[in-house]
Design a protein around this ligand. Sequence first.
Ligand code: TXA
Ligand code: MG
Length: 313
Amino acid sequence: MDTVLTKSPELAAEFIRNGGIVAFPTETVYGLGANVFNARAIKKIFKVKKRPGDNPLIAHVASVDQIKQLTSGINGRAEKFINAFFPGPLTIVLHKSERVSNIATAGLDTIGVRMPRLEIAREFLSACGTPVVAPSANISGRPSPTTWQSVAEDMFGKIECFLQGDMTEIGLESTVVDCTEETPLLLRQGAISLEELQAVVAGTKLHLPATGDLIKSPGLKHRHYSPRAKVRILDRDLQITDTDRVAFIGLKKHNETFKRELICDSIDEYAHSLYEFFRKCDRWSIDIIYCEPVEEKGIGAALMDRIRRAAQS
Ligand code: TXA
Ligand code: MG
C-alpha cells in the first residue's frame, strides 16, 4: 500500500473520513487512528498492529460533545477530571453508549476517552468530524513511537497516511483512570500522577490487579514496551563486565563507559527519551540496556512502571 506522508491535518483527516488508518502525533506518543464508528477500519488496526482482540482502544475526541456521543453519561467524578485535565494526557473510562461497537472496546461495556492537547492533534481530530480510536502506533509489544520515523519503522506501507509532527513531548502513554465506579481507579500511570488525580477526586486509588482480576485493564496483561535488547534496572553496585554491546540511560553518569549512553537533565527528559532510546539501541544491535532507577514521584512513577515492564519481558 502507498502511505501518504503529510503535515496537513486536513488532508490526514480526509483519509479517516474515507475509512482509512492514519498515524498521528499527540503530546504522549503517536497513535494509529480510525473512525470510531467504522468497524472495518477498526479491525484493520488490530490486524496491522498484531494487537490481541481482547485489548480495548481509546477514543480520541475534539470536544466534550463528542464524549457524550460515546458514553452513556458523564458522572460527577469524570466531570471533575475533565474540567481539571482535558485537553491533556489523561484517558477516562466510562460506560459506553449503544452506538459504539464492541470491536472498539474489545467486548467491554466501557470506553476510554481522551482529548489530546497537542495543537496539530486537535486540528486533525476537529477536521475528522468524528471521534477517532487510536492505540499507540507500534506493533504490539514494541516501544510506543515518539517520532514519525519510529512509526515508519513499524507501519510504513501498511496504513494509508502519516500525519508528520515533531518528537512527542511527554514520551509515555496517557494516564488511564476508570470512573465507572464510585471510587476512581488509576489503571495506567502517566504524566498525570495519582497525587494530581487525588487532588481533584480525593478517594482515587491505584488499581493493583490481583491475579485473575486483570479484566479492568486488559492491556496490562500483555507484553509491553520492549526493545529486542534486554532491559535491566541498574543497581549502583552492579558489576558490569562487558560494556561492548551494552547501553545506559539515566540521570547521572555511571563510572563505567558504555558503548552508548544517554544522560538526561531531568526525569521529564528521561521519560521523553526512553522509548526512542530503546528503539535506537535495537538499531545499534545493543544486547543489554541498563536503566537508572528514579524516585517514583510525578512522572517518575510512570517511568519506573514502563522500565519494570520492559525489564520483565
Ligand atoms: O497516550 C495514549 O493513551 C496513546 C495515544 C495515542 O493517545 N494511546 C495508547 O493506546 O496508549 P493503547 O491502545 O496503546 O493503550 C490503551 C490502554 C490499554 O492499556 C487498554 O487496556 C486501556 O488503555 N483501555 C482502553 N480502553 C479501556 C477500557 N474500556 N477499560 C479499561 N482499560 C482500557
Ligand atoms: Mg500501546
